[in-house]
Ligand binder design. Sequence first.
Ligand code: ADP
Ligand code: MG
Length: 579
Amino acid sequence: ETQAQTLGFQAEVKQLLKLMIHSLYSHKEIFLRELISNASDALDKLRFEALARPELLEGGGELAITIDADSKAHTVTIFDNGIGMSRQEAIEHLGTIAKSGTADFLSRLTGDQKKDAQLIGQFGVGFYSSFIVAEKVEVFSRRAGLEPSAGVHWVSAGDGEFTVSDVELPERGTRIVLHLKEGDHEFADQYRIRSLVRKYSDHIAFPVRMPKPAPYKAEEEEKKDDSVVAEVGKEEEKQQPEFETVNHAQALWARPRTELKDEEYKEFYRHVTHDFTDPLAWSHGKVEGKKEYTSLLYIPSRAPYDLWHREGARGLKLYVRRVFIMDDAEQFLPLYLRFVKGVVDSADLPLNISREMLQQDPAIETMKTGLARRVLDMLAKMAKDEPEKYATFWKEFGTVMKEGPAEDHANRERIAKLLRFSSTLADKPEQDVSLEDYVGRMKEGQKEIYYVIADSFSAAKSSPQLEVLRKKGIEVLLLSDRVDEWLVDHLREFDGKQLKNVARGELDFSAIQSEEEKKAQEELSQSHKDLVERIKKALAEQVSDVRVTARLADSPACLVLGQYDMGAQMRRIMEAAGQ
Ligand code: ADP
Ligand code: MG
């Protein structure tokens, strides 16, 4: 080995390592899942790069992951003959965190073990999780296409720095050796590892190979005669143990639905998202016909830390006939469904498709429409059959769904049915009133869906414009999310009924006012004509009209917007945008 170089981890890595080891204490075994996940990614990448440069496969050999555990040396070794890393790549990828929003994520950690574990889970601990169980981690790697002499040996105790040096590696790919901590020797057991692989990595599409278990008898004999153990060990090394595949080794989404258990779907979700918690729902299906593709789409149960980051990861994993093409393919779902995770596998896109091509291909637009429909159907089903789950969904992702009507005109009606609001019926901030519920409760003669919009729930709830409507028992939707004004501007109506801002223009009470009320209103207007004129004059600069109103019950006066004025929230958004 030559050219040893000791480098410090990026500050964020140091911080993550410390927090992770502390917070994930009770989720130790995830290290194996992360390392197998990386090995699988590395194989995917090699297969993808080899499409254009077949020489990278160096003459063939099965793409596979090999795991071995040595209970005497207390080591676990994970090897993949995938894309590998150059020295420079090892320094970058195993010394820094490249993800957007890392600083924000770190600042949200609280020190509360349980909460942090969840956050870290969402963020994805990846390679660094090795240090939960290892006191020393060694990585031997060679990038596909480079000479055997271009191997790199990376080693670290996870305490702030790592060392890299050159090493000759005849085999392409990456070998990771974990030297287990004193208290974690249990993971150097073949059976333990094997059961973890079955549990967490069965869905990995490449074979995960492990030594065949020795026959029971041989083990007994070994125990009997302690004196020859050392020599027996030597013999075994020379013999090369026989390896066997311990997982399904088949792309999960390509297997028939009937064959798959919920647990397998959930594990696959973890592989795709790194999220510890179970998804709320998933939808797995195949579309045949002009465009043939399989999709497996998940609704997470919590909003990811980067849902509102402009650069946040979104989109699906794209495969073409099982060959991994890219992560975060954004073109397959509209933006308001950016919380959906999963895989789409096309049967007819070209293998060399690029992001740019995806943007231009009209076939993608068709798939996007189909996939959006699939998600909306899944949500409609959840809302109908599992309202509690749906409430969780709405709490996490409702504000994103509210972008839907503006973005996806074709599905406006479908999205409208999925929306939930607060209303004067319960007067609580939880949004659980659907437009269908509202319409079902409309008073006889009421033609419009009333809403009020304000900066906060409590401001909306105490709007003076609501007084009379409350008295009359007419329900009003209470809107206070930033996106709400944008939403009502694009939704406009539901089930043939206009959405009507009670603080805008004149309210048509004619259908729900009694004859006496109408008469009294008329008389009031007449008798106050002079007063109204005087106020109009006095406020000529400030207001465009003054009216006697049936809108109020207790307050003497209120301000309303003209029918076509821009709402207050919208005005603020425009101002913020410099308009
Ligand atoms: P992620 O997998 O989310 O990118 P990780 O922390 O798991 O994050 O891995 C960091 C990076 O290290 C990977 O993106 C990859 O570039 C590199 N890496 C890790 N394991 C391997 C491997 N077995 N083969 C090649 N590269 C790897
Ligand atoms: Mg990873």
